[in-house]
Every structure is written in C-alpha cells, then in structure tokens.
Write a protein that binds this ligand. Structure first.
Ligand code: DGJ
Length: 800
C-alpha cells in the first residue's frame, strides 16, 4: 500500500507499506526528497499528519565546517541530510547517486521535487518498455503490487529524474529504479547513474557480503564498518563470483532469528557496484547500481537512461526471515514462464563423466544407465559441436560434430527419448573461438581493440553483443540448434571475463557504454529465445556461479551454482546462496569421488543429501559405479521425487548453528507451504571421538501439530568398519582382501533407526537428541555411524 500524507505546508510525505515494513520519505522545505524511515511497519494516519513528526530530524543550525544548501536555508547542510538521491556539488560529499558532466565541464546537479503519481505495474512496464532491462513483475490477481513514481527536476540543468518505487506487500519487498531524461538542448555525459540509495540513521554497519572465485563461490563474510567506505563490486563484465550483488546490512546483534537487517540485490548481470559509507555524522549511506568504473553514457537532448531495478527487503526477525521474504519475492516476482512452479527434473549431466570425450554411443550408454536409476533428463554438455575436442576451438560454429554425432541432435534426442528420458544440451552462445569458421568469416564480431594485443581467457573471445547483427546471429544460430531435435533443456554457459573491453561496432564516443550495452544485448537475446522456446527449461551457468543474479533469473529459472561439486564445499556454497536466493533456483549435482575439484572423499549419501537442498542432478559416470551404488542412487532419486515439492518450493530454514563459521555441524529444514510436511538435513564436518550426542533442531514446524519424525532405513557396508570388524568376526578379515570384498556384498549391518512422534514445539524447541554417534567405544544397531562429512536426512509428517 502507498500512503501519501500532506504536511501543514502541503508538501507530500510518502509511505510505502508492506505487510511488516514501512519505507518513508518526504519533500523537505528545500524541495529535496528526504529519507525518513525504513524498518518495522509503523502506523501512518493520513488524517493526522502530525503523528509522523517524530520521523523528522530537527535542524536548528548546520554542523560546523559544512556547506549550507543556500542563503534561505542556513540550517541545512546536504552532507547531514538523509536523501533519496545524493548528487555532487551542493554540499553532499558522500557517495553520489548520480554524476553528470555538463557541456561547460561542471558536475554539479541538484534535484528537487516536481510531482508524483501512483501507477500500476503495467503502466510502469509501459514506461520502461524500451529500457531493455529485466524487471520484477506481478501476475494479475496474485499480489497487490503498486508503484509510486516521483518526478524530480534539476531546474538549472534541465534534467528530469523519475524515481520508481514498487511495493510488493506480501513478501515485504520494495524495489527502486530510475530514469534520467535530458531536457536541455545540449548533450550531457552520465558518469554514474545508480539504482538505489538508502541513507540510514540506525546502525546497520554489520555487512554480510558474498565473495569468492571459481569453485569457491559465495563465501559469506561479515565485516563491521566503523568509518569510511566498504565497496562490493564487480568489474568482470558479469555479476561475478568475486562478489555477488546480494548483500545484507544488519545491526551488530542481528542473527538468524532475531534483529533488524536489510537485504539488497540488483536485477542486473553486468558490472555492479554497492558501497556503504559511514559519514562524519554517524549516518550510513548505501548505494547500489551499475558500476561507474569505466562507465559513461552520452545523453543527447531528450534522450533518457534507465537504471536496473534494485531490490530491498527489511526484516525485524533476523536473517532467516529476510531470506524467506526474498525467496518468495524471487519465486513469485522474478522467475517467470512455464517453469515458474513446475517441479524441476532430476538430470544427469555428461560433463564430469566424459568432459570433451563424447560421442553418440557413449552418451546413449550413459543416458541408459541414468534411465535405469530414475533420471528424468539427460544433458549433453560441452564437446558436441564441430571440431570441439578441447577448449581451444569451435565456439560460434554451432553444428553437431559429424564424427561424434553422425545422426545429429535429432537422432540422439530421439534415441534418448526412447529410453524414457528427456534430452537437453549445453551451449555457450556469447563466445567466439579464434579457431572457428565464424571468426574467419567475422573477425569484427569479436570484442577487441583493433590493432591491439588481446588478453586471453579460456582461449576464447566475447562476441560483440552491442552489435545488433551479432545479436541476430546468436538468436538465429541458437534457434537452429534448439529446433534441431526434441530439446527440453538448455544449459547456457559463459566462461570468460571481460578484458580489452571495446566494441568494434560502437563509435569511440560510446565506448563507455560497451559493458552495459553487452548486457542489454544479452537480455535481448535471452528474451527472444525464451519467448520462442517457452517450454525449454533454461539453466544459466558461467564457469559455475560467475553470473548468479536476478537478471539471469528473470529469463532462466535456475542457475548452476558452482563447478565445485564437493559435498563439504557445497554445504557452505548452498548455505550462502540461501541467504538471498530460494532453493528452486540453484542446481546441485552428485558427482564421483574422489571429487574432481578437491580430491576429497565424502559418502555418497552425503553427496545426495546436500544436493537435495537445491535442484538435484547427477554428474558422474554411472556406467562405472558398483551395483550397490547404483541401487543407492535409484533409492535416492525415488526419495527425492517423493519430497521434491517440499525441497524445491517449501519454506527454507537454516539451523542457528550454521551461522558460526567454525561450527562443526550444519542443519537445514524445508517445510511444505501448509506446514504439515518437512524434511531436514543434519551434517557434520569432522568427527570427534568420544563425543556421541548430537541434536537436530528443525525450524518452521507448526508448534501445536504432532509430527511423525523418522529417518531413512540405513544399512552399513562391512568395509565402513575397516579392520575393526575383526573385533567381532570369528575369522580374520584383511582389509582390501577378496574375502572382505565378497563378505561386504552379502553382509550389511543395520543402521540406527529414528522414529518418534512429538509436537512441533517440542521438536523445534528441545530438538531431537539423535541416536548416539559411533565414538570409538562400541557399536550396536542403535549407533549412528557418523564419520567425517556424514549427514542424515529426516522427515516430519503431521499425524493429525
Ligand atoms: C563450465 C561449466 O561451469 C561446466 O559445468 C561445464 O559446462 C564446462 N564449462 C564446459 O566447458
């Protein structure tokens, strides 16, 4: 709901009300838009505007050594005002929202209130139609989303700034974006135009951000900002694995279940910039938007520039509640198309099983092994197109390699379909290999500075997506590929960071727009292809999670979270993604051991259980697995299918223990929307001897409902006990011997059984004291064998 209140001077105050939060701002006596409040919902009485008076900072005189705004307002110094839009040159010396260079070389701008209008999301869409940017949306009748459009004018410079605030009441989310229009008769240069600014008086200086690198995505870090600036930005051309655009600002004591925090994200897939600055008066300014580094945009008279949409969400109940608000926002208002609510299939991907060494025979054998254990979709990864035997060639030449696929994609997809499995494939459409036919024909389609040496990245170059002809080539070539067989799924990869940024298509004066125009070109292509192929399930990928953001999710409903499939690493990576993204958008695969990224050995059950808290897939050579592993996988997939709706679309809760970075255990719980079914994970990193007691504490159950709590029936392999088995065996069993091998096929030992009925409140508040773990002092069938990297999955079903 949007509430407008007029003060005694008839200046408007704006309040954006969601179910549990309020965002307030007003027009000041100088005409500037002042930020008043963002936090837990407060009552706004339109009949009694004076009841909002406590929100206003009183000003009697300007702080020492500051510039005052003008002669008429000697008490107002812009450096000490909470603003919705900070600009340069009028006394505000903090991170600006906008930076414009005018024809005379000056950079001072000053925006004051002009008008406002409440518009529908449809109307907002019409306004932004030509922006080419993805944005949040609302399905008619599912949510009461409204948009407030506030128009500011820079009267001396003839610039208009339109601010859009969209309110998603049910999920407690507010989004912001802006449009700058040049009404002057000279061109101006835009050096910075951000999406959101939040000036806070409360102490939100505990920053949670997610940094990383390839295979180490989403490393959650917290720092407390006492003074100066903190910057979270990318300059890779993508949203990047170095620093995800999602961040949280929290109070010092905010934790999983308690305290205030604000989550911020950006619906954008290119270079982003988030800065947090603590000013000299203890206030905090947060800004977010396109990275201004190397960015510039010329605005000719009457031209305009649109910024990506920023997403803000406040929670008074800690990080857990904040995550669930963002999960429902992303599921409802970002992800779209037929896959929005459709259960995602369990897939088998060929990459780690075969890498580039694929051919039809091998693929069919693998798909057949997948079909036998219940796989629903088979994905042919890299290596299928002409001449692609390693990563040095062929990107751009999207024809099947006749040596590998003699019957092409049509024949392969048909044969795979005959196995009862859907077919999907990998592409990397934004790239061109120097060693390709496409490069020979169109060297000018690659991004490069003519006549300059070029830096390398996986032996490939970026296509110049600023060029409409190149965009059309990508659309046409992909349309041909996607129509060449029965293709149900596409993995859209992107494996190169930007270097030597230059578009041969754009004139010199527009090179400052190259990185942004690339992203707009990409969005145009994605929009076109997802419209042409609405039934295909698209999965985004960029060397794993190098482009994991809300821009991609506006077109593709899921993203490959990381090339790292090690179960231990994945607990951290997936736990971190869950702060800002729902489980239905990140994919997770069970792979072979020793793991290909870490050489670590983790139990097959743990690999499955961790990957289940994401969109489950497999990525290993099933043909080489033992019969017992294949049986285990068959059971895993059947179990996942039974609980898939809860895993993929339930409410997700992190255990309180996950918060400490040195915690030896981790727990997750997914609860069905009606609260009557839940599934949980309990995981231990390293085992401690002689310490056998563990508690699993589910979260999110209905307190007064009785649940049947149970685990899986577990059988232990004799080999799991090593030579300890000789303490009970009548004959000596040598480790690694044929005898051990034979016995292990026939002798299975029963694992512990968890089975009880209790109220939700008891389960949540007291936790479940699990059967004692093996701790070096004995074993019977009530013992939980829990070596390093072990986990258990538990189920809770309402019994009344
Ligand atoms: C990088 C991806 O992240 C991998 O999963 C795989 O598809 C390779 N590219 C293929 O080249």
């Amino acid at each position: 709901m949007i509430q407008i209140v007029k003060d005694s001077d008839t200046r408007p105050w704006f309040f954006l009300q969601t179910a549990h939060t309020t965002y307030g701002m007003r027009v000041m006596e100088t005409g500037h838009l002042e930020h008043l409040y963002y936090g837990e919902r407060i009552t706004v009485d339109s009949q009694d505007p004076s009841s909002c008076a406590p929100l206003v900072i009183q000003r009697a005189f300007a702080p020492g050594n500051t510039c005052t705004y003008d002669r008429e307002h000697p008490q107002i110094s812009m450096e000490d005002v909470c603003l919705e839009v900070g600009t340069l040159g009028k006394g505000d010396i903090r991170e600006p929202f906008l930076e414009v260079r005018f024809a005379d070389g000056s950079v001072t701008s000053d925006f004051t209130f002009d008008s406002y209008e409440i518009i529908t999301l449809k109307e907002r869409e019409q306004c932004l139609q030509d922006s080419g940017l993805p944005h949040s949306y609302s399905e008619v009748g599912t949510d009461s989303a409204e948009c407030l459009q506030i128009v500011l004018q820079d009267v001396t410079n003839h610039l208009e700034l339109q601010l859009f605030y969209t309110v998603f009441e049910e999920c407690d989310v507010i989004t912001r974006s802006a449009r700058l229009i040049n009404h002057s008769d000279a061109s101006v240069t835009l050096n910075r135009c951000l999406s959101a600014q939040l000036d806070l008086t409360e102490d939100y200086s505990m920053i949670t951000h997610f940094s990383g690198a390839w295979a180490r995505e989403m490393h959650r870090e917290q720092i407390s900002l006492r003074s100066g600036k903190f910057v979270n930005a990318s300059y890779t051309g993508t949203s990047s694995n170095r620093s995800n655009p999602f961040m949280i600002l929290g109070h010092k004591n905010t934790c999983e279940t308690f305290g205030s925090c604000i989550g911020c994200n950006l619906i954008y897939s290119g270079n982003h910039y988030e800065a947090l600055e603590k000013d000299s008066y203890g206030k905090l300014r947060f800004v977010s938007g396109i990275n201004p580094q190397s960015f510039s945009r010329e605005l000719t008279p009457e031209a305009h520039f649109d910024t990506p949409e920023a997403v803000l969400s406040y929670s008074s109940k800690g990080y857990g509640r904040l995550s669930r608000q963002l999960h429902s926002f992303i599921r409802e208002h970002i992800v779209r198309g037929v896959w929005k609510r459709r259960p995602r299939p369990v897939l088998l991907n060929s990459w780690e099983a075969c890498y580039f060494k694929i051919d039809e025979r091998k693929l069919l054998q693998l798909a057949k092994a997948g079909a036998d254990v219940g796989i629903e979709l088979f994905v042919m990864d890299d290596g299928w197109f002409s001449g692609r035997n390693d990563d040095t060639s062929s990107l751009g030449d999207w024809e099947p390699d006749p040596k590998k696929l003699p019957g092409g994609i049509a024949s392969l997809s048909k044969k795979i379909k005959a196995l009862g499995v859907d077919f999907g494939l990998w592409v990397e459409p934004e790239m061109i290999s120097e060693n390709s036919r496409l490069y020979q024909e169109h060297p000018d389609w690659a991004m490069m500075i003519p006549e300059h040496p070029h830096s390398e990245g996986r032996n490939q170059r970026l296509l110049d997506l600023c060029n409409p002809e190149v965009q059309q080539y990508v659309i046409d070539s992909m349309t041909k590929v996607f129509s060449s067989g029965d293709i149900r799924y596409v993995k859209w990869d992107m494996n190169r960071n930007f270097s030597d940024i230059y578009s041969p298509y754009l004139p010199a004066a527009k090179q400052g727009e190259t990185a942004h125009r690339y992203v707009l070109g990409l969005y145009h292509i994605m929009n076109e292809l997802t419209t042409r192929f609405p039934e295909i399930l698209f999965e985004g990928c960029s060397s794993g999670g190098n482009r994991f953001d809300l821009g991609i999710l506006s077109y593709f409903p899921q993203i490959w979270a990381s090339d790292n499939t090690d179960a231990l690493c994945r607990t951290g990576i997936q736990n971190s993604y869950s702060y800002g993204y729902p489980l239905s958008v990140f994919t997770a695969h069970v792979s072979s051991c020793p793991n290909h990224q870490t050489l670590r050995i983790t139990p097959l059950e743990t690999r499955f259980q961790v990957a289940s808290f994401g969109v489950l897939g497999y990525e290993c050579n099933l043909k080489d697995l033992s019969g017992s592993d294949l049986n285990a996988i068959r059971e895993q997939i059947a179990l996942y299918k039974k609980w898939r709706d809860v895993f993929q679309f339930g409410s997700f809760y992190r255990g309180a223990e996950n918060e400490a970075s040195d915690s030896e255990t981790l727990s997750w719980t997914c609860v069905s929307p009606d609260g009557r079914r839940a599934v949980g994970l309990f995981f231990r990193r390293l085992t401690v001897p002689n310490q056998s007691h563990d508690w699993y504490r589910p979260v999110g159950l209905l307190p007064d409902v009785k649940y049947h709590f149970y685990g899986r029936n577990i059988k232990y392999n004799l080999k799991d006990f090593g030579d300890l088995v000789n303490t009970v065996s009548p004959i000596h069993i040598k480790q690694g011997s044929a005898l051990q091998e034979i016995l292990s096929r026939f002798v299975n030992m029963d694992g512990e059984k968890e089975d009880l009925t209790a109220y939700g409140d008891t389960l949540m508040r007291a936790g479940i004291a699990l059967k004692p773990a093996f701790a070096g002092t004995g074993y019977n069938s009530d013992t939980r064998l829990f070596p390093d990297f072990s986990s258990r999955i538990y189920f809770m079903e309402a019994v009344e």
